[in-house]
Every structure is written in C-alpha cells, then in structure tokens.
Design a protein around this ligand. Structure first.
Ligand code: 13P
Length: 248
C-alpha cells in the first residue's frame, strides 16, 4: 500500500504571519490523516520546522542547487534545507524549468543532491498547453521522467508529481479520464524501469486542486495524493483536500 501524501507548495507567497496556517494544520490532524508536507519559501523554512515540530506536518524546500556549496549567489544547497529540519524538497517544478531554464539533466542532478542531503525529492514533470493540444502529452512526460529521474530512485527517497503546466493556477483541470491515463502510464513506466520500487513510488497530481475537485481527482487509482499551490495557503482550503485524500 502506498501512503497517501498531501503536499502544499506555497511558491513565493507568505511571510512569518502565514505560519499561523501551518500551526492550524499542525494541530488539526486525526490518526487517519495522510502524510502532509508544506513547502514554504526558503526564508521561512526554519520557523516552519519549528512550528511543525512534534506534529504530523513535515516541511520541504521548493528548489535546491545541484552542488553542495560554492560561489552560487542566491542559491541554496540541499544540505542547507535539511539543516532547517525540512525532510523534502521540490525539484524540477515547471516554474523552475521554464523560468530558470532548468533542463532534465539539471533536475536529475538536483534529485541526486537532495538524496545526498538525506531529503526526499518531489520531482515534477508536466506538459505545456501546446504539447497537450498536439497530442504529445504521454510522450513528453515519459521523456521527462526518463531523463530527470535517476536509475536508483526508490519509494523511500522520491515522489513524482505530474503537473500539467496549463492546469497550474488557471482553474483548468484535466478530466478524470485524462488524469487516469497519465498516471497509469507513469506507473507503468516506473514499474518497467524500477520494478518493485516503481510500484511503490508515490505519484501526485498537481494543478488547480481545490476542495471542490479533490475527491474526484483522488478516484484515480494511481493518484497517491496532490501537490497543491494556491489552495495550500489557507488551512480552511487545504484541510478539506487532506480529508478528501484520507477518505479516498
Ligand atoms: P495551483 O494549485 O495553484 O494550480 O499550483 C499547482 C502547483 O504548481 C503546485 O506545485
């Protein structure tokens, strides 16, 4: 059985005041809750880890550099993220791939850097609107997975998040059939490549997940949870998504 995972990506939102939302989540979970990971901006990682201490909520970074240290102004190393008490880091988000020209090879190196620092990597892949319109979705995301996921990935160190770029922050969501199709294909690719580990690696869906659509999305058998942006900023939005996942 794969453990369900609700991950929140705060992106470039929030100051220390937003940690009250994290505090609410930290104190509201029941024994049935899935795994919960909140990824605030790097400036809040230490405070967030402190607020989540002793609760079921875990903390993650939103990106890391592939190198362990050096002259990389503005970047942060995976070990620095781990040092704050965080347990996860998102790598290869489309906002990094597109906005910072991150290639599959760079993303793959970041996954390895995350592992070396003892972090779980949440590896993101996803097609653009034009690729979806051109019927290239399966081919594109399979190629991204192949090139950015290292061969020695395991269920204990990696989560894969499928986020169609056109669904991020737009309110547009693929149909349930489309979600089933992509996640089933990704599961088959993972098993083909990694065997038993591939069957156990969690697959998350991301892109405009809201309280209103979460239960439908979680019907897909290879969707093991969600990577949530906007709706993770308020506990009143994120909690119903967590609950829908627990009930799925
Ligand atoms: P939204 O949930 O705001 O569409 O963002 C999804 C996302 O990019 C999470 O990483």
């Amino acid at each position: 059985m794969r453990r369900k995972l609700a991950a929140g990506n705060w992106k470039m939102n929030g100051d220390s005041g937003l940690l009250d939302e994290l505090g609410t989540l930290a104190t509201s979970q029941t024994a049935q809750a899935p795994q919960i990971v909140i990824c605030p901006p790097h400036t809040l990682l230490t405070l967030a880890s402190f607020r989540a201490q002793g609760s079921p909520v875990e903390i993650g970074g939103q990106d890391c550099h592939a190198e362990t240290k050096g002259a990389y102004t503005g970047d942060i190393a995976a070990s620095m993220i781990a040092n704050t008490g965080a347990t996860h880091v998102i790598v290869g988000h489309s906002e990094r791939r597109d906005g910072h020209n991150e290639s599959n090879e760079m993303v793959r190196a970041k996954v390895q850097a995350a592992w070396a620092a003892g972090l779980n990597a949440i590896l993101c892949i996803g097609e653009s609107e034009a690729e979806r319109a051109g019927d290239a979705t399966l081919e594109i995301i399979a190629a991204q997975l192949q090139a950015s996921l290292p061969d020695d990935a395991t269920a204990a160190n990696t989560v894969v998040a499928y986020e169609p770029i056109w669904a991020i922050g737009t309110g547009k969501v693929p149909t349930l059939d489309q979600i089933v199709e992509t996640h089933d294909m990704l599961r088959a690719e993972l098993i083909d490549r990694l065997g038993v580990e591939g069957a156990q690696i969690r697959l998350l869906y991301g892109g405009s997940v809201k309280p209103a659509n979460a239960a439908e999305i979680f019907q897909a058998q290879n969707v093991d949870g969600a990577l949530v942006g906007g709706a993770s900023l308020k506990a009143t939005d994120f909690q119903p998504i967590i609950d829908a996942l627990a009930e799925s």
